[in-house]
Write a protein that binds this ligand. Structure first.
Ligand code: FE
Length: 228
């Protein structure tokens, strides 16, 4: 079996958010699908370990924000590599309360969908929440971020809790060493640099200023380790 076949599937990139009483949380998800149009219904796959999973299961409401392709890595890192159990993710983010009071994230969002859960499917590590839309709108025009764009162009790593995570192995020996963040797993590729963080493509890791931090999780440069 060649699991690389799974890389040929195409996904978008979304913030899925929910609430539990007054508590709000959101996370990055790539598995959001429209499954019927009459009535408009979507499905979202969420890892059972995530706080957002607990919130959706309890409140039966969720909101999906479609992320713009120009969203910075730090925004994706904020929702994708941090847990709402450790920080208040919504504290520093612009959002509005939806019909169901689910928090609709408006930062870096092109559009949003809000749904009430009508069915849940247990698929082992994840639950697929099926929801009927109760709200939706376009926030601004632009190109939606695809999972492929994020993975290949922005060159982040896939969190191990993502449904589409597949163990990756290095195939080519790089000219300049790549360095991996020991906190979140993001890989610094010298050929790509970190343009969002002011590091030009072609900059060896060793030449990055000491006050530079991981664009995904904010870890210090000293938290990176050289990859073989
Ligand atoms: Fe990191």
């Amino acid at each position: 079996m060649n699991l690389k076949a799974l890389y040929k599937l195409r996904y978008g990139l979304y913030v899925v958010s929910s609430r539990k009483g007054d508590k709000l949380n959101g996370q990055i998800a790539n598995t959001v699908f429209q499954i019927t149009s009459e009535p408009p219904t979507i499905a979202v796959s969420i890892n059972k370990n995530n706080l957002t999973h607990e919130f959706i299961k309890g409140s039966k409401v969720l909101a999906v924000s479609v992320i713009s392709q120009d969203a910075p890595l730090s925004f994706i890192g904020h929702f994708g590599f941090k847990s709402g159990r450790d920080i208040d993710k919504m504290g520093s983010i612009n959002y509005k309360a939806g019909e169901t009071q689910a928090p609709v994230v408006t930062d870096n969002a092109l559009a949003y969908l809000e749904a009430r859960v009508i069915q849940e499917v247990d698929v082992g590590t994840h639950t697929i929440f099926i929801g009927e839309l109760v709200g939706a709108d376009v926030i601004k025009e632009g190109e939606p971020m695809t999972y492929a764009y994020y993975h290949q162009v922005k060159r982040g790593t896939t969190p191990k809790t993502a449904p589409s995570y597949v163990e990756e192995k290095n195939e080519a020996v790089p000219k300049m060493a790549k360095y991996k963040c020991t906190v979140c797993g993001w890989v610094y590729d010298p050929e790509l640099g970190d343009p969002d963080g002011g590091i030009k493509p072609g900059t060896p890791f060793e030449e990055i200023p000491d006050d530079w931090v991981c664009p995904i999780c904010g870890a210090a440069k000293s938290d990176f380790e050289r990859m073989e």
